[in-house]
Design a protein around this ligand. Structure first.
Ligand code: ATP
Ligand code: MG
Ligand code: MG
Ligand code: MG
Length: 571
């Protein structure tokens, strides 16, 4: 690429709303521009990086035996009604109608569509297992889009879905996907951890998240300093709801605010530290089988959502879907509306039944009074090898639940998430195959997501300095910049630059030839901001001595290299 034909769009200053480094640097380096809240255009430099990440993801998925498909971004409501998620998904699902008044959504994920495909295309156990993936735009109407493309509303995900007869086959593919994800993040060159995780609104029994370690991460992860033990203990995607009974549900999205500060207030109120607060609350209310029994807290306090003042924890919401009173009494030993089990009782906390905990907008049970607020909680659950309470209880410095080493707690950015879904979607959508005996069997499913666009930002969070980005070489927008001094005036410079440019390109490198009529300082600053790993400066003075000035982006000093050695040195 010749810089004279290229769009740099570099900026000296970041926009004021950019609070994390990656967001600031992506805007300053001319990688992205926001067109509207949570909606971004990728400029040439950004897209080059994006494509490199995408290429690695696609390559590893293909190596792992997954088949690429492309599903529509607009999905019919009927499929979502069949699985029950049309109502369950809440305000993150952007719903729309066509000219005939038919309902659709913009796909936030594709379990319904792929299962619809599988139930039509796959009829025999002989075709299984089968694994499909796509790399495609998703839309989620995030309550608080922020941090640039890290949490945008429209973003790119690689999503894969596997189909099986039986849980063993699912486990095998799950393991293969786990390894493929490690390969992707190793190949990019990120410092990451796979951790046990909650299954959230996707559902299912068993899952791992892949976290890039960075202080700006939104999740807390706990891992052992000397073994593979790792779990997401992110206690709180706190959701605060200013309740007014007469408010239409569509507007609830306006007032849901995930905010860890809210949980901090709860922590302060209970005089507990934040990493253990919710765990402690949950552990107290966990039933004998080790099932979590709380989906949410109802707080009594000041109305201001961002600065909620907790006066009292008024209630706990139990998450059993469509639970009836008898079910709840059986599980937690007290009736909805009553004072809870011992421990909660002391604090006067009431148990409130939420008929379907995932239905945030349905939640009216006890919070729809003035001064009452709703706080939703996430929890890590269903760990095969460790007790839930082991994971919930860990704090920094504790012995690891597997007995090896001690617990370290760090912040992480979720870049990937794999799930064993089991049969819930296949059951709801009646996706069956005939087994050896000609009997219909409901398929088992897994699903596997990677945030392709989020990875670009996460990589920057781990790799930058005061001059700009320090890309891992695998995904740098250009491998090398040739910076020409007086390209227009000096024929010797021009000839040498053109020779290097074509020879380095012939070696398969992505080369930027900076032939612009700009001051050297401007060119160097752009190279550094863009994070181009290698830089060669070609000027008349060096050429007379037979040398070029080389600088590795992460190095402190320049070095002179002989012209004849330059191509081999770089390539
Ligand atoms: P988060 O907890 O950050 O909201 P999620 O758990 O809702 O993410 P999944 O449903 O597991 O996300 O989707 C798979 C992957 O898609 C995530 O691991 C993440 O990398 C990416 N992703 C999810 N939401 C966004 C978003 N709003 N912007 C960019 N990437 C996203
Ligand atoms: Mg989310
Ligand atoms: Mg998550
Ligand atoms: Mg997730």
């Amino acid at each position: 690429m010749r810089a004279s034909n290229y769009l740099f769009s570099t900026l000296r200053d970041a926009p004021t709303d950019a609070v994390v480094t990656s967001h600031q640097l992506m805007v300053r380096a001319g990688m992205i521009r926001q067109i509207s809240k949570g909606l971004y255009t990728w400029l040439p430099t950004g897209l080059k990086v994006f494509r490199k990440v995408e290429h690695i993801v696609r390559d590893e998925m293909e190596k792992a035996g997954s088949l690429e498909v492309m599903m529509p971004g607009v999905q019919p409501a009927e499929l979502w009604q069949e699985t029950g998620r049309w109502h369950k998904y809440g305000p993150e699902l952007l719903r729309l109608q066509d000219r005939h008044g038919r309902d659709y959504c913009l796909g936030p994920t594709h379990e319904e569509v792929i299962t619809e495909l599988a139930r039509n295309e796959i009829t025999s156990y002989k075709q299984l297992p089968m694994n499909f993936f796509q790399i495609q735009t998703k839309f989620r109407d995030e309550v608080r889009p922020r941090f640039g493309v890290m949490r945008s509303r429209e973003f790119c995900m690689k999503d894969a879905y596997s189909f099986h007869v039986g849980a063993d086959s699912l486990q095998q593919t799950y393991d293969v996907m786990h390894q493929a994800y490690c390969n992707v993040f190793d190949r990019i060159g990120l410092d990451y951890r796979p951790v046990r995780a909650d299954t959230g609104s996707i559902g299912g029994a068993f899952s791992h998240e892949f976290h890039v370690l960075a202080d700006s991460g939104e999740d807390d992860i706990a891992f052992s300093n000397s073994s593979d033990f790792a779990a997401n203990i992110e206690l709180a995607e706190a959701v605060c709801l200013k309740e007014k009974a007469d408010e239409p549900t569509q507007e609830l999205s306006e007032v849901f605010t995930p905010d860890c500060k809210t949980i901090q207030k709860v922590a302060d109120f209970l005089s507990l530290d934040v990493t253990s607060t919710v765990k402690t609350m949950l552990v107290k209310a966990i039933d004998e089988q080790g099932e979590p029994t709380i989906a949410a807290l109802v707080l009594r306090g000041d109305h201001n959502i961002n600065e909620i003042k907790v006066e009292k924890i008024a209630g706990l919401v139990v998450p059993f879907e469509f639970a009836d009173e008898a079910d709840i009494i059986a599980k937690i030993g007290c009736a909805p509306g009553s004072i809870g089990p011992k421990g909660l009782e002391d604090k006067g906390i009431r148990i409130i039944a939420d008929r379907s905990a995932a239905v945030m907008s349905d939640f009216c049970a006890g919070a729809n009074k003035d001064d009452y607020h709703y706080v939703g909680l996430n929890w890590a659950r269903d760990c095969a090898e460790f007790e839930i309470s082991d994971i919930r209880n860990v704090v920094e410095g504790d012995p690891s639940p597997d007995g090896q080493g001690t617990i370290v707690i760090k912040r992480g950015i979720e870049v990937g998430h794999i799930f064993q879904l089991g049969q819930q979607y296949a059951e709801a959508l009646k996706a069956t195959v005939l087994d050896e005996n000609g009997k219909a069997q409901v398929m088992h499913m897994g699903c596997y997501g990677i945030g392709v666009s989020r990875i670009v930002a996460a990589a920057i969070e781990q790799n930058y300095d005061d001059k700009g980005i320090l890309w891992p070489e695998s995904i740098a927008p250009f491998d090398i910049a040739i910076v020409a001094m007086n390209y227009d005036k000096s024929e010797a410079v021009r000839n040498e630059c053109d020779r290097l440019y074509s020879e380095l390109k012939a070696k398969g490198l992505d080369v930027l030839l900076d032939d612009r009529k700009e001051r050297p300082g401007v060119k160097f600053a752009d190279c550094e901001l863009l994070g181009i790993p290698h830089r060669l400066v070609v000027g008349d003075m060096g050429l007379e001595k037979g040398t070029l000035e080389y600088r590795y982006r992460k190095a402190a000093e320049n070095e002179d290299i002989a012209i004849a050695d330059a191509v081999d040195f770089i390539a």
